[in-house]
Structure formats: C-alpha cells, structure tokens
Write a protein that binds this ligand. Structure first.
Ligand SMILES: [Zn+2]
Length: 187
C-alpha cells in the first residue's frame, strides 16, 4: 500500500474509534511556552517525553537545525504569534547534537540538486536575482554557537517584549539529555 493510502486508512479508524479523545486540549499552551527545535526524526517523540510535555502544553516550531536566520522569516513570525496571540511567556531554542545542519556544506547540497535535474541556468538565475544560494544552504559548525545565535535573534528582535525569557539548550538525540547553553532568566 502506498504511504498516503496507508495514512488515510489508519486515520479513518483513528477517528471512527474516537481515539482523539485522549488528546483533547485547547490552542493555548498549558505551560505558556514556545519551543523552536529541529525537524530531526529522533526528536519527534523523544523531545516532548524528555521534557515531560504533553499534548496541549507547548507550541513547537520546527525547521532544519532549529535555526532563526531571518528576523522576518516564518519562524520568527510564529514565535511572535505564540507570544502575542497564544499566551506563550517563554521561548526555548533547542538544538541537538549530530544535527544534519551541523557541518552541512552548500556545495554538496547543490551537487545533489544537479543530480536531480536542477540546471546550472536555474542556479545562475538565482545568483543574478541577488540570492546567495550557497550562504542560504550552509549549515553551522558548533550547535552551541548556532543556538546562541538563534537565542540572540529572538531576544533582540525589535518586536519581542523585553520581559520574555529566551533560553538556549542542546538535546542529545539518543538519550534526551539537555545541556543548558543560555539561561534566559539571567539575560
Ligand atoms: Zn537537526
């Protein structure tokens, strides 16, 4: 069975058997917090479990690398919406060890694109449009530095209220162990 059909079939049973009842909650986070973290598959269940977070406790914003790279990108917008509209009072940036974005080289990604049929012309046209694809695709060297940078981006954002603590942490994708990088109560 194809993946889409598999999901739809399971979903039909899930709804019919009213298994959603275990997850009933509201759109407001019970723990009044928003997490920015990585889309890594190992964190899907491990991260909430390791932090004792249940359905309804938290807003979670994910991307590759838990990166806040643009002050007016969708990650930052999501955090602002969580703070101003959804009662989140604290922000947590949680990177992780062994991240796919750690040491990622743009050249390797671009090579994969070419192998999948993206032409040099397409890449050149982006360059001529002022888009630095290489810069955009580059990862980071140290996850602690990247988390600190993202915390800084959020904390210093001109639209972020001063009284919102912004914490920085790194989680281990095997054990769930958290290491503190920045204690948002101290800064
Ligand atoms: Zn990652």
């Amino acid at each position: 069975m194809k993946l889409l059909n598999e999901l739809l079939e399971y979903n039909g049973e899930f709804v019919k058997e009213e298994r959603f009842k275990d997850f009933t909650t509201t759109k407001f986070p019970n723990k009044r917090m928003v997490i920015i973290t990585c889309m890594d598959t190992r964190l899907v269940e491990l991260l909430p479990k390791a932090l004792n977070l249940k359905n309804g406790d938290v807003k979670i914003v994910k991307n590759a690398g838990a990166l806040v790279t643009h002050p007016f990108g969708s990650i930052m917008r999501s955090v602002l919406v969580a703070v101003y509209q959804l009662q989140a009072d604290e922000v947590f940036v949680i990177g992780h060890h062994d991240c796919g974005m750690s040491g990622m080289k743009a050249d390797a990604v671009i090579e994969s694109m070419k192998e999948r049929g993206i032409s040099d012309d397409a890449l050149d046209s982006l360059t001529y449009s002022g888009i630095d694809v290489k810069d955009w695709l580059n990862g980071f060297e140290r996850v602690e530095d990247s988390v600190a940078h993202s915390v800084h981006m959020v904390k210093k954002h001109p639209l972020m209220p001063n009284d919102v603590p912004v914490h920085g942490l790194v989680i281990h994708p095997d054990t769930g162990k958290l290491d503190l990088v920045i204690d948002g109560y101290q800064s």
